[in-house]
Ligand binder design. Structure first.
Ligand SMILES: *[C@@H]1O[C@H](CO)[C@@H](O)[C@H](O)[C@H]1NC(C)=O
Length: 121
């Protein structure tokens, strides 16, 4: 019995660590928006950095894009606007701690929030 515990405990412990480090969610997609200082067709430009702040890869990342407008064209291969939702990088996987950057221009800036993704560890 004691021997069983001796071996079982480290296994349980390791399982918890591995599982813990893989508990990613849409909340681990962090978006930072900063003003670039440039003006594009009369609108201030914003630099957006999307980071997958997690140890798992996330794909099919969608952001809320309600009313999104930009006077600077944004490549649909980076941000594809589909109604109130935007698909990031064509739904391709964003690796662990990888980033996607793009810029758009509008005033005021939009609150782009991650809404859904598919997580693979
Ligand atoms: C990544 O996540 C950590 C822990 O939740 C947080 O402290 C950090 O600010 C995040 N990084 C970014 C770029 O949002």
């Amino acid at each position: 019995m004691a021997a069983t515990f001796k071996y079982l405990f480290p296994i349980l412990f390791l399982t918890l660590i591995v599982k813990g480090s893989c508990e990613c969610s849409i909340n681990n997609i962090n978006i930072g928006t900063t003003r670039s200082g440039r003006v594009i067709q009369g609108q201030p430009e914003w630099n957006v950095v999307v980071i997958n702040n997690c140890t798992c890869t996330q794909s099919q990342i969608r952001l809320s894009c309600k009313g999104f407008k930009t006077s600077e064209s944004v490549s649909p291969s980076i941000l594809s606007i589909e109604g109130d939702s935007c698909l990031l990088i064509n739904g391709n996987p964003l690796n662990s701690f990888a980033t996607v950057r793009f810029s758009y221009a509008w005033d005021p800036p939009f609150l782009l929030l991650p809404t859904s993704s598919s997580i693979s560890c």
